[in-house]
Design a binder for this molecule. Structure first.
Ligand code: AGP
Length: 614
């Protein structure tokens, strides 16, 4: 996730911006920059690839003066981490300057229109279109703040943006769309602060306010004015920020698990970061250890992991076969390592382990190494054991996951596995540019789609109130969403201590249907896909036996109303990325039931975050 800071007041802005960016370094980034406005002077824009220290070095003896400014640490998504692609970005005349966190999903169409209008672009990023859109509105006589509001209505996707205008030096305008990172407003004494995260503000103030999705704010040294991006004014009062280190680390959330669930839109952005280009559509894995010839030798992929990582493998089987065109199989690592498998130099073992230290997964990797299989591992921890054992690693880069129940690492693993499959498909000549572009655009919609699911916490609190006292749950799914049923059951087991089983829905008649009665609710994943009709039949079979059904359905799918007892409606999503969206309701259902049952959500009984023993 990118880091954003902003300042307006009576002190020099540059040192405050750099200090704020330093406090956001933990978020990970690959370039940094600041922009400072001084009345009567041209915009001062300083940005560098790499770490903040490079930016600080570049400013030595030439720190720009000015009492208002914005700063940014970028995690590259569209466009590699270069000086030109670093934020802040400006319009053609360097009057408007912006910093951005998120993905402008419709940027290609917007950029084409702006180019036709004569705008000139200097970067490969999607973000730059925001500055030119504001400029375009102002060229029609629209005032700066209104031009920002109009821009907020034209871009699609989940975003957080802060804009400045050289001609309005004492003013910052920010807006937030969806859930790909927020904007916090800090109230000082005759000065105001903006930041994507609390830690950047707390050395200056403990009075803060937060932008909700669909809101914007105009900040001047003495005040902040809030509005909906649709126009009406909004009243907000500053509140006391949490002060203790753990509360700050939780960023105000009650549990790390909820914070990490809420971070998931940004997780996909980071997983894309630096690996994907959209013009032209391409996936780059610069450290990939095998040549094209070696990749073309591969005649099967074996995916292996444990727990949630095993469920990621089950989804990735579809990616390897339907995207890369390679036969694939999935094996629980603790089984694979002991079943004398037949592996060889034409097998690619893809292990998934967010910790990189799971004993059984490492054991399976050792067996694969003994038989000469090629190995790639998907991991979140640099320097961990699995990254040293595999020939190559695709890092998911989602930052530390504190909650024992894995959430954001699953999403990060799925995004990394998806990109690995696209890369393999490209290298094998199985994917043409058109299919690749379509696949990458589908992935780019996921932050917004997850963000839409996250807007409905009230639904899960209501469901928790209704279902927290049941002792058994059955989760059913089909196709690429069957692993999501398995993951939903695992989340329910591990944090609420309720017995829950995940099953392929087609198995129901082969035994589980004997369990159905009013004491065991069924969670049925029935999104609008090629298997919906079969899932609908399963739901009706459960109802016919007096069972209760919580159905996950695609928004607008009204024919399940009156059939299922409760509906969880999710936005439509492309089939192959749908697990990244549909798993989020499973996480939230388990979370809110566990909270209602008074369980220790972040550190459930008997569980360890990393299982380093068999
Ligand atoms: C998931 O919520 C559990 N904490 C557990 O199943 C975990 O996924 C499993 O232990 C694998 O961990 P790894 O990804 O670090 O290998």
């Amino acid at each position: 996730m990118c880091g954003i800071v902003g300042y307006v007041g009576s002190r020099q802005a540059a040192p405050i911006l750099l200090d704020g960016l330093t406090r956001l370094e933990y978020r990970g980034y690959d370039s940094a920059g600041i922009a400072v406005v001084e009345p009567g002077h041209p915009l001062a824009l300083r940005k560098t690839p790499g770490k903040l220290s490079a930016l600080v070095e570049s400013l030595k003896g030439a720190t720009p003066a000015g009492f208002a400014g914005i700063g940014h640490t970028r995690w590259a998504t569209h466009g590699s981490p270069t000086q030109l692609n670093a934020h802040p970005h400006t319009d053609c005349s360097q009057q408007v300057v912006i910093v951005h966190n998120g993905i402008v999903e419709n940027y290609l169409a917007l950029k084409e229109q702006l180019l036709k209008e004569g705008h000139t672009f200097t970067s490969e990023t999607d973000s730059e279109v925001i500055a030119h859109l504001i400029e375009s509105s102002m060229a029609e006589g629209v005032a700066f703040e209104e031009a920002v509001r109009q821009t907020a209505q034209r871009i699609q996707g989940a975003q957080a943006v802060v804009a400045m205008n050289v001609k309005a030096p004492g003013r910052l305008v920010a807006f937030r769309l969806g859930n790909a990172g927020g904007i916090t407003i800090g109230y000082g004494d005759g000065e105001m602060f903006l930041a994507s995260d609390l830690p950047a503000l707390l050395s200056h103030t403990s009075q803060v306010a937060f932008l909700a999705p669909g809101e914007m704010v105009t900040v001047e040294a003495a005040n902040a004015r809030f509005r909906s991006i649709h126009g009406p004014a909004i009243r907000k009062s500053p509140q006391a920020a949490p002060y203790d280190a753990v509360a700050i680390a939780k960023e105000g959330y009650r549990h790390f698990m909820l914070k990490e669930i809420m971070e998931q839109p940004g997780v996909v952005q980071r997983a894309i970061g630096g690996k994907v280009s959209f013009e032209p559509a391409d996936v780059r894995l610069p450290l990939f250890p095998f040549t094209a010839a070696q990749v073309r030798e591969v005649n099967r992929v074996v995916l292996t992991g444990m727990g949630t990582s095993l469920h990621a493998c089950m989804v990735a089987r579809y990616y390897m076969e339907q995207i890369a065109g390679i036969p694939a199989e999935v094996d629980n690592s603790s089984e694979l390592r002991y079943r004398d498998p037949i592996l060889d130099g034409r097998t690619l073992l893809v292990s998934v382990s967010q910790s990189g230290e799971t004993a059984d997964t490492l054991g399976a990797m050792e067996e694969a190494a003994r038989q000469g299989a090629k190995q790639i591992t998907i991991c979140n921890v640099e320097g961990s054991q699995s990254t040293r054992m595999a020939h190559g690693t695709v890092f998911i880069g989602v930052g530390p996951e504190i909650g024992v129940a894995s959430t954001k690492c699953l999403i990060g693993s799925l995004a990394a596995l998806y990109l690995l499959a696209v890369y393999l498909g490209k290298v094998r000549g199985h994917l043409g540019p058109g299919r690749m572009e379509s696949l990458l655009n589908d992935l780019a919609t996921v932050p917004r789609l997850i963000g839409q699911v996250l807007e409905h916490q009230g639904l899960y609190q209501r469901l928790a109130h209704q279902y927290a006292d049941y002792l058994h749950f059955l989760y059913l799914g089909r196709g690429i969403n069957m692993p999501v049923a398995m993951e939903g059951a695992l989340k329910m087991k591990e944090i609420s201590y309720i017995h829950a089983e995940g099953y392929p829905a087609g198995e129901m008649k082969h035994g589980p249907i004997a369990l159905i009665d009013g004491t065991m609710p069924v969670v049925a994943l029935a999104p609008r896909d090629g298997l919906y009709d079969k899932m609908r039949s399963n739901i009706q079979e459960v109802k016919a036996r007096g069972g209760k059904v919580i159905a996950l359905a695609t928004q607008g799918q009204h024919d399940l109303r009156g059939v299922a007892d409760d509906l969880i409606e999710v936005p439509p999503s492309p089939y192959l990325v749908s697990p990244m969206v549909n798993v989020v309701p499973m996480q939230l259902l388990a979370y809110h039931i566990a909270v209602r049952r008074g369980c220790d959500v972040d550190q459930p009984r008997n569980l360890a975050k990393t299982v380093t023993v068999e």
